[in-house]
Ligand binder design. Structure first.
Ligand code: GSH
Length: 199
């Protein structure tokens, strides 16, 4: 019988989100390493699976496919303790998930990719990345000053989505040191997910 397959690149926080949720919830899956840097997502055979040409891509046990990291996480975590049962807390989780995709990932992940994999710092077109990223990290630190998790009092998909690139922010030349609550939260989430510490 087929089982879940996750096409992902191990250097991508978006891809690791899906992997971590499957592991956490003991969902059996196969991982197909798909290199972004080598252009594997733009090959015709991959474009048949995901016309957007991006990973992560989940091929479900019944053959249907699902793209977008947060959609994959939500599908895998349906009915689990990673999605708050309380309606307000569930909406707060979505608030952070939408913010992660619109305001966090395009800044924190993009600058890391440029610095670590393209050997670049911000050029003329992206000069705002440093300041936008610093504001994003400060916002997270502020939110975590009085609570251990982003939503309610337990780990949720909001923490998993947000930790994926925040734990690597220093690879994008961002400074985490001033953000003590944020650094403590990164440790907390890494421990909860059984990840190696980035500290
Ligand atoms: N919003 C999407 C972003 C997906 C994305 O940007 N994937 C990158 C890797 S992190 C990718 O596949 N890039 C290859 C390409 O665009 O050719 C998600 O959360 O899944």
């Amino acid at each position: 019988m087929s089982r879940l397959t996750i096409y992902g690149d191990s250097i991508s926080g978006n891809c690791l989100k899906a992997k971590w949720v499957a592991e956490r919830l003991a969902v059996p899956f196969d991982w197909v390493e798909t290199s972004v840097v080598e252009g594997a997502t733009r090959k015709p055979e991959f474009l048949k699976l995901n016309p957007w040409g991006q990973v992560p891509l989940a091929a479900l046990a019944d053959g249907r496919t699902l793209a977008q990291s947060n959609a994959i996480m939500l599908h895998l975590a349906e009915g689990s303790d990673l999605v708050p049962g309380d309606a307000y807390h569930r909406a707060k989780m979505f608030e952070w998930l939408f913010w992660e995709q619109y305001s966090h990932e395009p800044v924190i992940a993009v600058r890391r990719f440029r610095v670590k994999f393209r050997n670049l710092l911000d050029d003329e077109t992206d000069r705002t990345l440093a300041t936008k990223g610093a504001a994003v990290l400060a916002r997270m630190d502020e939110a975590l000053a009085e609570q251990d998790w982003f939503v309610g009092d337990a780990l949720s998909l909001a923490d998993i989505a947000l930790v994926a690139y925040t734990r690597w922010a220093e690879e994008g030349a961002y400074d985490l040191a001033p953000h003590r609550a944020l650094v403590a939260w990164i440790d907390r989430v890494e421990r909860a997910l059984g990840l190696p510490s980035t500290r």
